[in-house]
Design a protein around this ligand. Sequence first.
Ligand SMILES: [Zn+2]
Length: 236
Amino acid sequence: MDYRQQLEQLWQYQQVDLQIDKMESVLRNSQLRQRYAKTVAYLKEQQASVARMEGQAQEIQGKLALVARECAASAAEYEAAEDDFGNMTREQLNAMRQKSNQWADTMARREKELSRLTEQLKTQAKQLEEMRAGIARAKKEYPVLKAKYEEEAAKLDEQTAPLRAQRDKMGEGIDSALLKKYKSIKGRRANPVARVIANQCQGCSMEIAQYVLSRAKSDGGIVECENCGRILYLED
Ligand SMILES: [Zn+2]
């Protein structure tokens, strides 16, 4: 088989390949597939968020404990000083009064901080509860969707099996380097072989340079479109 015939065969091979793609895309674009993918993504995202929020809650609890310890320490210090009030001079008492005012300020600030942190924790706990409920619902739905999807995928596999067999049989007659090239382009392009009509690549609609055209006409092996990289197929 000369290269032109090889290309003709590859073109036929591509027709079958595209037919298989079309059948597979029906399932890929189905609502079932979308719901399944959405549930998987949701679970992944929510589980990560819960983990992150649990970390934040721990941080807040740490801060809360620290502020509570500071309050207790200040109170103890104040009480210890109170015992000495009786033996103090007027200046010492004045200094003490000033100090106790500062204590009161600091304590008020800390109390505010304490209630702010407690409020934050409460809000977070509520959010976490809602998220966990959502996760539980999705987890229940997930195996049902998965089973349904796998059932559909198996059905599709059965439907496409004859076409895949036909395609692979055709592939046996095609030069292995050419088929390998086709498969490597298939990863990026649905149709790796493009016809040339009126000097235009039918894959990307760009005009093909004269020297590329003459190379394609000379039958000297694989010629790709300079713009889209598809294998160019010039019919006689
Ligand atoms: Zn092209």
